[in-house]
Design a protein around this ligand. Sequence first.
Ligand code: F6R
Length: 608
Amino acid sequence: MCGIIGYIGPREATPLLIEGLRRMEYRGYDSAGVALWDGEAIEVRRAAGKIAKLEAAIAADPVDGMVGIGHTRWATHGAPNERNAHPHLSADGSVAVVHNGIIENASVLRGALQDLGYVFRSDTDTEVIAHLVQELFDGSLEEAVIHALRKIEGTYGIAVISSRDPGKIVAARKGSPLLIGVGNGENFLASDASAILAHTRQVVYLDDGDVAVIERDSYRVIDLNAMPLPRDVDRIDWDLAEIERGGYAHFMLKEIFEQPQSVENTMRGRLMLEDGTAKLGGLNLSHEDLLRIDNIIITACGTSWHSALIGELLIEELARIPVEVEYASEFRYRNPIVTERTLCIVMSQSGETADTLAAMREAKRRGARTLGLVNVVGSTIAREDDGGVYLHAGPEIGVASTKAFTSQVVALALFTLKLARKRDLSVVRGREIAQALHALPAQIQEVLDRAPAVEAIAERFKDATNFLYLGRGFNFPAALEGALKLKEISYIHAEGYPAAEMKHGPIALIDEHMPVVFIAPHDAVFDKIVSNIQEVKARSGTTIVITSRDEPALRGLIDHEIRIPETLDMLMPILASVPLQLLAYYIAVKRGAHVDQPRNLAKSVTVE
Ligand code: F6R
């Protein structure tokens, strides 16, 4: 989704802004731009399309200065063209603004500004901010921004510079992440830590309602009444290498191959093999709290929602607590049954997904305890939840989530283990699960070692137009996730179903042109899924079967086989999802698709 970068200091800002924008490319965008104070006026360069286009625009008409802001835009209001790209200038050119989020009362403000004679040059909601700040300016940029924000309804992360108060960047946050990068004699602003990590590890995360005044040698955080706010400096503890491709053709491939380590990192220091339980430092739930839970709601979107479905099965199986999994976007607009004995688990890789954040706030408002399972350290969900379990999967740059998914399931398994051991689960069973979790990294590596076989299958099916993914029990969510991976990066239509549900409708689609992926390891429902495979073969469908053994029952039913190691049924979706990620990846690459930045998608969806 949109990215913001800002720089103020002794260096030429343009290359730093471009570098920061490049680091945020993975978030998804369709235009980009920069605004710089060149000592006399504010100069803006913008371009539709990729950052290379912006660089070409700058090369054709160079611009530089030591104070600047930049933006990558993911269109919401108005088409993704140069006119609508950020930064937006005020009518007299004295104010430049970049903005993430949505101004809900933009049309009212636009009308009022037009009545005052302001002429709008874009279709965006952001342009109203630029004109408002110009209109309200009375000597201090931060005061003008605060006055403007008081008139604005909606969400924003903004950065503003002005030629009438040029030695500063004013930033503000409500619902859209921003952080200050604290340098030595220079300071940065960014919506994503990866944009500034090459220059500083010291960051100040802004909270909703914060306004930051960033100057070359100092920064201040104030509230909307201009009162100072204390804010801690945090240190980013991951490396630049982690957000670079390191020899892999795409981030997605790198992240798929990182899973032995990322899963290991999720468990590090947490898995108690002897006691058959897990130690989770950030839970903030006492023994009594864990016993008091009557029901659990897990809320999430997309891939995180799929991991939540596995969480439901895990918790109900082992801890015997009723669980409901809710799409965050639906949860917040209905009247869910939440009591003070409800635990709301919030799953989010980014920790910034607008719907998930809003669902968490709604659950809190209704009295639930909230527990965030989040990957991005310092993200909004992680800071607002009552307790949390960081995934520690490392930065996930590819838009299609892979390693975060497997770490989410592992984190859910750790939490379930802890919860279940506090309740009814025996130490013997707890140990068995802990051992199986412990074995996962090496087993994932075994699956990855078979990547060439998956690539060969991808070659065979790269021109397919439809796919079905079928699984049962713990592997039904894995089927949904496999289908989502394929459709989002290869643009092939794919559906996931519980395998037995096929005969209630989707079976009508099956003919010799329909590849059907079955997740059929040797588990409790193996015999059942064999019947479903037979149903597909009887209708000339082509089967790609993920299995864990040489099963006589499968002979003659498999057109293409992918073998995975055996584990407990409940952990099987972790191993099964790895070849599904690889299959989607190789098919997308063979179709020439933009794997890391699929069309229309954003890495973190910070608008509703
Ligand atoms: C799919 C994907 C999305 C995200 C969803 C939620 O590969 O990445 O479906 O899972 O947008 O994002 P987070 O987990 O950041 O809340």
